[in-house]
Ligand binder design. Structure first.
Ligand code: AMP
Length: 283
């Protein structure tokens, strides 16, 4: 595995691979790898010839009061883990390589970024995501890019970006990898002390309960949300948001007629956690 810091070198490596008719897979990450990241790398490894993993803690997607400075960073550990997954290139640029002096462009995607995490964290968050993902697509020019369903709204934002700007890349969403008690793996789970770690499992329990209700025929969003919220309440968790929305448009729904996305964000101890569940409504 090569660790590459410059855009020019990544471009050279990709150009050479494409000259050899190889397909290119990209896995964008902010590092602090866990089994969720590894699952994306494994998908890419199975389906594409040249696997590029980007490791960049993107300052643009953090707000002034968010955890940019304390975000976990351990490149040596990440590099060893990526190497074990037979990743070809770890692209780990410095911020100045990505955002040189004079950088002046922001991509804003209207609509789907106004709700859920966009409303909670502010417009800068998905502007930062969309801008850096567009740059990574411009730098790596992958055939396929892999994203986690854990960040369901991010997947929708990236799909919209690709469609609206005619970027020639296929987006693959990979299922959320969870701890044995159901907690979604996240780099931020290391902020959880033992008590908070135990509490955090309620997030997935709430989503599972909602799923079971829909399976049993419940279609009223408010009833489903209330039941999920009660499980969080019982665990002493107060959600930043807990909302059932249309799975494609993220518009509010009162009665589920198509697939819904139940999305939750909550501070559990020192960690802001997000999770979601696709609630399928069979036609
Ligand atoms: P991050 O480093 O947190 O920006 O995540 C990089 C990629 O890994 C994103 O596409 C995430 O959605 C994905 N990811 C994060 N956690 C998980 C998980 N538990 N299961 C699957 N994918 C994940």
């Amino acid at each position: 595995m090569r660790i590459i810091r410059t855009i020019a070198e990544v471009r050279d490596a990709v150009r050479e691979a494409k000259r050899q008719q190889k397909t290119v897979g990209l896995v964008p990450t902010m590092g602090a790898f866990h089994a969720g990241h590894l699952s994306l790398m494994q998908e890419a490894r199975k389906r594409t010839d040249l696997v590029v993993v980007s490791l960049f803690v993107n300052p643009a997607q953090f707000g002034p009061n968010e955890d940019l400075s304390r975000y976990p960073r351990d490149e040596a550990r990440d590099a060893a883990m990526a190497e074990e997954q037979h990743v070809d290139i770890l692209f780990a640029p410095e911020p100045a390589e990505v955002y040189p002096d004079g950088f002046a462009t922001t991509i804003h995607i209207a609509g789907i970024t106004d709700v859920l995490d966009g409303a909670s964290r502010g417009a800068h968050h998905f502007d930062g995501v969309a801008t850096v993902v567009a740059k990574l697509f411009g730098i790596v020019a992958p055939d396929v890019a892999y994203f986690g369903q854990k960040d369901a709204q991010q997947v929708l934002v990236v799909r919209r970006l690709v469609r609206d700007l005619n970027i020639d890349v296929r987006i693959e969403a990979v299922p959320t990898v969870r701890e044995p008690d159901g907690l979604a793996m996240s780099s931020r789970n290391i902020y959880l002390d033992p008590a908070a770690r135990q509490q955090a499992a309620a997030l997935n329990r709430a989503l599972e309960a909602a799923d079971a209700m829909v399976e049993a025929g419940e279609r009223r969003a408010a009833v489903i949300e209330d039941a999920a919220r009660r499980i969080l309440d019982d665990a002493g968790i107060s959600a930043e948001y807990l909302e059932l929305r249309d799975a494609d448009t993220l518009q509010p729904v009162t009665t589920l007629t198509g697939d819904g996305l139940l999305a939750v964000a909550a501070y559990v101890g020192a960690a802001r956690l997000i999770d979601n569940r696709l609630l399928r409504v069979s036609a």
